[in-house]
Ligand binder design. Sequence first.
Ligand SMILES: NC(=O)C1=CN([C@@H]2O[C@H](COP(=O)(O)OP(=O)(O)OC[C@H]3O[C@@H](n4cnc5c(N)ncnc54)[C@H](OP(=O)(O)O)[C@@H]3O)[C@@H](O)[C@H]2O)C=CC1
Ligand SMILES: N[C@@H](CCC(=O)N[C@@H](CSC=O)C(=O)NCC(=O)O)C(=O)O
Ligand SMILES: [Zn+2]
Ligand SMILES: [Zn+2]
Length: 379
Amino acid sequence: MATQGQVITCKAAVAWEPNKPLVIEEVQVAPPEAGEVRVQILFAALCHTDAYTWSGKDPEGLFPCILGHEAAGIVESVGEGVTDVQPGDHVIPCYQAECKECKICKSGKTNLCGKVRLATGAGVMFSDRKCRFSINGKPLYHFMGTSTFSQYTVVHDVSVAKIDPKAPLEKVCLLGCGVSTGLGAVWNTAKVEPGSIVAVFGLGTVGLAVAEGAKAAGASRVIGIDIDSKKYDIAKNFGVTEFINPKDHEKPIQQIIVDMTDGGVDYSFECIGNVSIMRAALECCHKGWGTSVIVGVAASGQEISTRPFQLVTGRVWKGTAFGGFKSRSQVPWLVDKYMNKEIKVDEYITHNLTLVEINKAFDLLHGGDCLRVVLNMQV
Ligand SMILES: NC(=O)C1=CN([C@@H]2O[C@H](COP(=O)(O)OP(=O)(O)OC[C@H]3O[C@@H](n4cnc5c(N)ncnc54)[C@H](OP(=O)(O)O)[C@@H]3O)[C@@H](O)[C@H]2O)C=CC1
Ligand SMILES: N[C@@H](CCC(=O)N[C@@H](CSC=O)C(=O)NCC(=O)O)C(=O)O
Ligand SMILES: [Zn+2]
Ligand SMILES: [Zn+2]
């Protein structure tokens, strides 16, 4: 490859400061060091976590940076010692790494690999704690170890999943975060059984994927809760069987749900990032066994609370990151499930734009009719 070992200059959306419009800049992307992979990003979607960090509410947010973590592309070059992928491979960058060697990976208990997490949280690469992005020598921080709002990015080899080259990258980019997270929250974290009653708070992409996962797991009722009643029509296609808009009720939402489910749901999922709703999601669970899974990301300084009695009487409070999926091992499996028409992906894409339209894409994301916007990164 002509670019191998060379600095690549390409377009990227730079977040110079919190809450200020992203700027399309010509950035320099250094070649991958040992254990790193440079990826040409072809399609990138926007997730609400990008908006969250951009807003300045993420305690790990660093500026200037290149955001983005839900994408797909093709390996351009690899650093020394990289054996699992090679130039030309089709890949999905994975913000949740999987080294398969650290104590956490080997535990078999969680997907939260520890190998590069400190570096990715500090916006740098693991080997030398430096950035591979710069503009005229000024470094730009990485984000979530992925930084996919750039035409080229550098990721750790433990943070990239090789996928079926026949899979359409403009679709399967969504499996880099939102859809996988919702499905995994149900299948891996909660382990919903057939016949269960499920409540899903927040019917965005993550909540709808929870509904889809619950339906596939054989849930008997999937109760969707959202402040926008228009969401019910869409949500029915993803498995939601009943809908509640909290604004239509005077009683607390947890009370409404307990009353309509003979004591509470078996499983609930908070897919918003609102700590009051996290409490409601726990408290709408059936005593003795109801399990509530926190999926939403709440702003810096926010804390959850409930009466300890809620836990004393058998409710379980859990959280999930990337739906508990082991990224490098299981993202290719999710892609295969999509190719076999066993999971939806296309249905979550409501808008298609290009990299230069990224600010418009974020505006759409905050509007009620948008699930995922996919950016064509190369035009
Ligand atoms: N744990 C993990 O690994 C991951 C976590 N996340 C997090 O999950 C959350 C959901 O992401 P995503 O689906 O992309 O986000 P969305 O904003 O698309 O979905 C949230 C939905 O909840 C609705 N909503 C807002 N407030 C309330 C309320 N008080 N009661 C009921 N519904 C409400 C929103 O309506 P409206 O649009 O009208 O505001 C929207 O429909 C985010 O916090 C994101 O950061 C995402 C991916 C992975
Ligand atoms: N820096 C944030 C962390 C936010 C967070 O919890 N991120 C999720 C993924 S959200 C994807 O859209 C996650 O996987 N967390 C696990 C992790 O190791 O980061 C904050 O501090 O709030
Ligand atoms: Zn995300
Ligand atoms: Zn690991």
